[in-house]
Write a protein that binds this ligand. Sequence first.
Ligand code: HPA
Length: 237
Amino acid sequence: MKPRIAIIGGSNFSELLESPKSVKVKTKYGNPSDFVDIGDFSGKTVAFLPRHGKRRNLPPHMINYRANIFALKKIGVESIIGVTSVGSLKKKISPPCVFIPNDYINLWNVQTYYKKKIGHVTPEIDEKMRKIVVGQAKKNGLTVHEGVYVQTTGPRLETKAEINFLKNYADVVGMNMAAEATLSKELGLRYVNLSSVDNYANGIILESLTFEQILQNARKNSEEIKKILKNVVRVIR
Ligand code: HPA
């Protein structure tokens, strides 16, 4: 059966499905981050793509987002759930918790398929899917927050001055979600994001920040995130 739902995994996990079939999907935009896994998840045929590659060898600024989203469209996917790791810009969004963005800021490195013709989509996170994700996440053990995601380019983390600026406009910071949401909209795919809040962004609290710390927290959160995903996939149509 063809997968109508895809999950793009981030630092939290690079594999998700049990005994999947891995397919190589070529696109006119190049190769996606890795083979696309297709298999059963929560009683449905689901596609899974590890954003950073199965070997986690692709840093955020090297990800071919256009190939990733196009590859999913090519195999028949209609709805994408992007799972990402984010840093909190607000003291009250205290990690570990879950964040489900209702909007995003991405004023630089904007991804697009419109390079040879004119097209202007109005960005939007699919509200129907978002409500489902919020509802299912709230049934879980972790606290759920909603708000604005701001995308930085990476691979470095942000300076304290950058965070001091960004915290006035957004609630969490990450390196991936806006790119995927924009491209999905351009291809007419539904996109929703489920973020694991794994740290306070640089300077929000006194404790200094390292990437190792973020990864450790992301792994700790990953079982809860998987449980939410299972419930979301079960009810999504
Ligand atoms: N900044 C950017 N991206 C991130 C962070 C952060 O603090 N944490 C997880 N992804």
